[in-house]
Design a protein around this ligand. Structure first.
Ligand SMILES: [Mn+2]
Length: 424
């Protein structure tokens, strides 16, 4: 299904008066509000193809209804999100869960929804039917060169799919690690990973990036071969200028200072992209901003500061992606909430008075520094984010319109209640 312009306009008309009041109230004290709105309009967050179905837990999967059963339907779903918020204009594909049979047709379909293809993701954390060697003991770090070669070849295959779709980046996340002391030689595992990544890197087109994702633990529980940003940065530095570190918010040990990590990676020109989600305990993959909105703001504060310091374009300089999936909410509504939370944090970060903050830091005025940050965080910017949407023809309240139009009900009528998304 596609949303028609008229239902969006009708929805907006009903909310206009209230919206204008809220916008006028908050804008009065923000001289640069037009600049913030312009930046918000440009800022797009890629939707992962694996988040459109109801995710599972280690204990089971409770499937939703009307889930997208094909790549075409997944693109249709992201198109719906983009029509509702005009902030989800890209899709990040996972291979082999979503292999396009006819890349040109898929590209055209995506373009008809106003979508482009963001980073492609390889998968060497599962065995696929007919695969010669198992990844049970890892992939790019494996002791057996035949397993490593199979994993390298898969990544090259993913790059080729991405080239056909117009992607410009490959994200590599490895489930390589060990669960028991003595299982692995750390140095050999790292060297094997580096050599494998070098072979993949050699196949990257000139205008592509390689994102090296890290994760502290899980699925292994003693060591992870790319376990933290230091190990990722080490690999990215050895690989070359097209390799970057990718930060997934859920891939840190509890209470890690992610904003400091982001700041230093940006300083070194090695922050490639982001996977947004939120968590209470570990890699919980919850809706962005649902547990720790202040942390999300502090991360964006460093992102804006660091990108401006290096003259990086906010919307295109880094890869912005959601990586979240759970099994309670409607996945489409969940993604709308995540995108909204990300844009709110970004808008608040744009509000920070950086000249005053610098002065406070130079004067060791701790109280003033906190006041400046928390003033921005406590400003209700929802109407500013909504205004950016309104100007692009999207809905003032995407979640409300999703419900008003009974989008899920219509998808169930089209696809049936048994349709299950491929992937997780
Ligand atoms: Mn991730």
């Amino acid at each position: 299904m596609k949303l028609d312009k008229q239902s969006i306009e009708q929805h907006n008309q009903g909310l206009t008066a209230k919206h204008q009041r809220a916008l006028a109230f908050v804008s009065d004290d923000i001289p640069q509000v037009e600049d913030i709105i312009a930046k918000l309009e440009k800022f797009q967050i890629a939707i992962p193809s694996w988040a459109l179905g109801t995710g599972g837990t280690r204990f089971g999967r409770f499937t939703g209804k009307g889930e997208p059963g094909s790549l075409e339907q997944k693109i249709e779903d992201v198109g719906l999100l983009h029509a509702l918020n005009k902030s989800s204009g890209a899709i990040s594909l996972h291979i082999p869960w979503d292999i396009p049979e006819d890349a040109n047709k898929i590209k055209e379909l995506a373009a008809s929804h106003g979508l482009v293809f963001d980073a492609v993701n390889s998968n060497t954390f599962q065995d696929q039917p007919g695969q010669a060697y198992s990844y049970k003991f890892g992939s790019l770090h494996h002791v057996d060169p035949k397993v490593r070669k199979q994993a390298v070849d898969h990544n090259i295959d993913v790059i080729n799919h991405g080239i056909a779709l117009g992607s410009k980046a490959l994200t590599v996340w490895l489930a390589d690690g060990s669960s028991f002391p003595g299982q692995l030689n750390f140095r050999e595992a790292f060297q094997n990973t580096l050599e494998s990544l070098k072979e993949i890197y050699a196949h990257l087109p000139e205008d592509w990036k390689l994102f090296v994702e890290y994760k502290a633990f899980e699925p292994f529980f003693y060591s992870t071969t790319i376990g933290d940003w230091g190990q990722s940065l080490l690999l990215a530095s050895k690989l070359g200028s097209k390799a970057y570190t990718l930060v997934d918010l859920g891939h840190h040990l509890p209470n890690a200072n992610i904003e400091q990590i982001v700041s230093l990676l940006l300083m070194e020109g090695k922050l490639g992209g982001f996977h947004f989600n939120d968590s209470k305990y570990a890699d919980d993959d919850l809706t962005a901003g649902s547990i720790k909105p202040y942390q999300l703001f502090l991360i964006f504060n460093e992102l804006v500061d660091g990108m401006d310091a290096r003259g990086i374009d906010h919307s295109s300089g880094l890869g912005w992606m959601i990586d979240a999936s759970h099994n309670l909410k409607d996945p489409l509504v969940d993604l709308l909430q995540s995108v909204e939370a990300i844009k709110i944090a970004y808008a608040q970060a744009l509000l920070v008075d950086r000249v005053a903050l610098k002065q406070a830091q130079q004067a060791n005025d701790v109280v003033r520094a906190q006041e400046i940050l928390q003033h921005a965080f406590r400003t209700d910017v929802r109407s500013i984010v909504a205004e950016a949407r309104l100007r692009q023809g999207a809905a003032l309240n995407p979640v409300a319109l999703f419900n008003e139009l009974d989008v899920r009900g219509k998808l169930i009528a089209e696809r049936g209640s048994q349709s299950v998304a491929t992937g997780l």
